[in-house]
Design a protein around this ligand. Structure first.
Ligand SMILES: NC(=O)c1ccc[n+]([C@@H]2O[C@H](COP(=O)([O-])OP(=O)(O)OC[C@H]3O[C@@H](n4cnc5c(N)ncnc54)[C@H](OP(=O)(O)O)[C@@H]3O)[C@@H](O)[C@H]2O)c1
Length: 294
């Protein structure tokens, strides 16, 4: 469940829709989204600023900090292709979108209504199924979440969710309005930083929606995180490492809903099929231990 909507355990994230398809990217993305629905996907995770990726560039002499600087590059057409591919939407399809990031950094609270309006237009909806507040760097999200709660009260949004948050943010938001899902990074060998949030979601009836479950430490750069242990388990199942990574996240609870991102038709089919892979308790223990050590 994601709030009051029932969805399959494996959904589809639109961040990687551009893939490496060049000029034909949008047409191929439309075909890919329709194929996802044919395969049974009924949970699409999107954002008006997708597809997007990070580009590392060296810091200039005057910039603060050390190491490369990550620029956020947004192609900004994912919602358009979701609408072109799937509208009019079937009743059992859940389209979750997110607001927060802009080219100038995190939106101010007074900018959120305009971003929600933009989502309504680009997705071609009167009411958005689910809107995540995708925060970055805030100690308190109360003001931002309060604005989204008002938009929900006005009937523009059915259900609210949070992304990139810590426990304190979840508690703060739930005092303002119901939160149906939390979307944070989570994957094999990718640390335990979100375990408390994942477990809390399970206890409180919220979905936990992991991102970077396939690419893990690859983060924005994408690809599948390489690991010999994962590869060996994949061989045992005649599966791929990406499938094992997805299957492991699903072992963390029935409330975990995967949203792997891909621009590749074969990978999409593999990812959906990963929902049927049953890891043995021993395999889960090995992958758990790998994650404990990271
Ligand atoms: N809330 C947030 O802050 C946030 C941040 C990031 C992502 N997200 C959401 O979470 C979704 C998932 O995250 P993500 O897309 O960044 O990362 P991901 O799903 O962990 O991994 C995507 C990468 O793995 C590759 N891949 C996927 N399936 C594969 C397979 N079966 N075999 C081989 N390679 C495979 C993709 O390349 P190919 O195209 O070649 O398959 C892509 O490079 C996103 O699409 C987005 O909806 C949310």
């Amino acid at each position: 469940m994601i709030g009051d909507r029932e969805v399959g355990r494996v959904g589809f994230g639109t961040k990687r829709l551009a893939g490496s398809n060049g000029q034909d990217a949008q047409e191929q993305a439309i075909a890919l989204l329709r194929y996802a629905v044919e395969l049974g996907v009924n949970h699409i995770d999107t954002a008006d600023f997708y597809p997007s990726y990070g580009v590392s560039r060296p810091r200039g002499p005057s910039s603060a900090g050390s190491g490369p600087h990550n620029d956020f590059v947004s192609l900004g057409w994912a919602n358009d292709v979701v609408r072109r591919a799937l509208a009019p939407y079937s009743d059992d399809l859940v389209v979750a979108t997110k607001v927060g990031p802009t080219k100038a950094g995190l939106a101010r609270p007074d900018q959120l209504a305009e971003l929600v309006e933009r989502d309504l237009r680009s997705l071609g909806r009167d009411v958005l199924d689910i809107v995540y507040l995708r925060q970055q760097g805030l100690d308190s999200i109360a003001e931002h979440f309060g604005v989204l709660a008002e938009l929900r009260d006005k009937g523009l949004i059915r259900q609210l969710a949070l992304s990139n948050v810590r426990m304190q943010h979840i508690e703060e938001a739930r005092a303002i309005a119901p939160v149906v899902a939390v979307q944070n990074r989570y994957g094999v060998g990718f640390g335990r930083v979100n375990d408390e949030v994942l477990d809390f979601c399970g206890k409180e009836g919220m979905a936990f929606v992991p991102f970077f479950a396939v690419t893990a430490a690859g983060r924005e750069a994408g690809g599948v995180s390489a690991d010999d242990t994962v590869l060996a388990i994949a061989r045992d199942h005649d599966a791929t490492p990406a499938q094992i990574r997805i299957a492991w996240t699903l072992t963390r609870g029935d409330h975990v809903l995967a949203i792997p991102g891909t621009g590749n038709r074969d990978h999409l089919a593999e990812n959906v099929a990963a929902g049927d892979i049953h890891l043995s308790p021993e395999q889960v223990a090995v992958l758990d231990a790998l994650t404990d050590q990271s």
